[in-house]
Design a protein around this ligand. Structure first.
Ligand code: GLN
Length: 489
């Protein structure tokens, strides 16, 4: 069996360029890997093999015509979270309410990676409508952590992280509203990047909380993360929140030179629930960064304590409005009723799972007259304070370094009965979305027994992706973690 699927994007591109392998062989190596292990990992909800191979053949034609020079992702198989629209493919958000729905168009990010030559394949499992931290809220199946099948891969983009970690694809795309890229990347041992709000168009992303949602890549290393960010960034007239900020070549920032960069360590992140092994791994990584020339200082983000409460008011409020469109009229399944109101309520009652219903109820409650000022308006004010904490910190530091998660991957079922406990697994990732800044998670070690990946989070200024990628890359070059593979067979 080929091990082509274990390569990074850059590794594969080199072989494609030299014509040592074909795009079809790369695609087949992923499909074989899926065949071999996905009945255990369950990263994918579905794959259209025929379509994937047809795209690979088109890529091989383009390679034969010399296309590798202009198309940075030519022939690279990239898998997609079930929340992003891909033309003629299912779009279900891992929900029963969208069963049978297929997208008539490509999301902007899909258009862009296809234009860069990528072979777009598969629908990756997730928490229903991206609400969750473990992928246990999928209406269909729980994705398993490739490092330990009794554990969760994190969420909501659990399928996206597991598929990359298990070498079922070369990279994937996911979405991050409160940590859904960085948290699963940390728990599965891959790289996950949440770009700045406005950096990447969300056109064609099914909206969860529109003031927080961002799309970003899951990759095997930082170089690939920069490559994908190059491809998906930029202004899009179809998303008015995307900005005209110029798109640099992010790979150019990866020069290993981090001398004199200032790193902030927020004292509020050293919480009681922080696992000692996670703490040690992060401290070691910080020491490495210092050795490489970065300067480390303690900083304060005084409103950190309020982030989770603020997020769990704003995100459900926006979700309750965004999900009003799923009423059985336009999309997916319909359960009939004797009048429209009954049709709506039966369709929604049957179609949405318990966590989605909990969020809609919470969201409509905090928006209702009488409670709006006390909850929603106040949460918006606290959000501003949280953003100001970061902007103030960034006047003295170039980036902030934290653990991505308080613990390594937890067991399937361990937190699913206790939503509040589950909500706290995003305690270190949520503020970044509230502040609209960028963040990346990369491997920084393993727990001992069992051996589970630990993630390091680097947070950057608005549009400071070059700086956090530069730091992450410098650390990655001197650390061994990315070369270890999960013990799956
Ligand atoms: N776990 C968080 C939630 O359930 C974040 C999810 C996300 O980023 N999509 O809301």
């Amino acid at each position: 069996m080929s091990t082509l699927n274990q390569l990074t994007i850059s590794g594969l591109s080199n072989l494609l360029l030299r014509r040592e392998v074909s795009a079809r062989e790369a695609m087949v190596s992923c499909l074989e890997r899926v065949q071999q292990i996905d009945d255990k990992v369950h990263a994918f909800l579905s794959i259209d093999n025929e379509d994937a191979l047809a795209q690979a053949d088109v890529a091989d034609q383009a390679i034969a015509n010399g296309g590798m020079a202009e198309l940075p992702l030519l022939g690279v198989p990239i898998a997609i979270k079930d929340v992003l629209a891909v033309r003629n493919q299912p779009l279900g958000c891992a929900s029963n309410i969208l069963a049978g729905y297929r997208s008539p168009f490509d999301a902007t990010v899909i258009e862009k990676i296809k234009a860069a030559g990528a072979v777009v394949f598969g629908r990756l499992n997730m928490d229903e409508f991206a609400m969750g931290s473990s992928t246990e809220n999928s209406a269909f199946v729980t994705t398993r952590n490739p490092w330990d099948l009794s554990r969760v891969p994190g969420g909501s983009s659990g399928g996206s992280a597991a598929a990359v970690a298990a070498d079922e694809c070369f990279a994937s795309l996911g979405s991050d509203t409160g940590g859904s890229i960085r948290q699963p990347a940390a728990l599965c041992g891959c790289v996950g990047l949440k770009p700045t709000y406005g950096r990447v168009s969300r056109y064609g992303l099914v909206a969860f909380a529109s003031s927080l949602d961002q799309i970003g890549p899951f990759t095997k290393d930082i170089q690939d993360s920069a490559l994908l960010l190059n491809a998906i960034s930029g202004l899009d007239p179809r998303d008015s929140t995307s900005v005209p900020e110029p798109v640099p070549d992010y790979t150019k920032a990866l020069d290993g030179n981090i001398k004199g960069l200032k790193l902030g360590l927020p004292k509020e992140y050293m919480i009681d629930g922080l696992d000692p092994e996670v703490k040690t791994a992060v401290q070691n990584a910080v020491a490495q960064l210092e050795k490489l020339g970065a300067e480390v200082v303690e900083i304060s983000l005084p409103h950190t304590d309020y982030a989770a409460a603020t997020y769990y008011i704003i995100a459900p409020a926006e979700a309750s409005a965004n999900l009003a469109r799923f009423d059985g009229i336009r999309y997916g399944t319909r359960v009939d009723g004797s009048d429209p109101a009954e049709l709506y309520s039966r369709t929604r009652g049957n179609g949405f799972g318990p966590e989605v219903k909990r969020r809609i109820i919470l969201g409509t409650y905090v928006l209702s007259s009488g409670y709006y000022d006390a909850f929603y308006l106040r949460a918006q004010k606290v959000r501003t304070l949280i953003r100001e904490d970061f902007l103030k910190a960034f006047q003295t530091v170039d980036a902030i370094v934290t653990p991505t998660t308080p613990t390594a991957a937890f067991k399937v079922g361990e937190k699913s009965a206790d939503p509040l406990h589950m909500y706290l697994s995003d305690i270190f990732t949520i503020s970044c979305n509230l502040a609209g800044i960028c963040g990346v998670s990369l491997p920084c070690g393993f727990t001992k027994n069992p051996q589970l990946p630990i993630g390091l989070q680097l947070l950057g200024k608005p549009f400071g992706e070059e700086t956090i990628l530069k730091l992450a890359h410098a650390y990655e070059q001197v650390s061994p973690w990315r070369h270890q593979k999960p013990p799956l067979r």
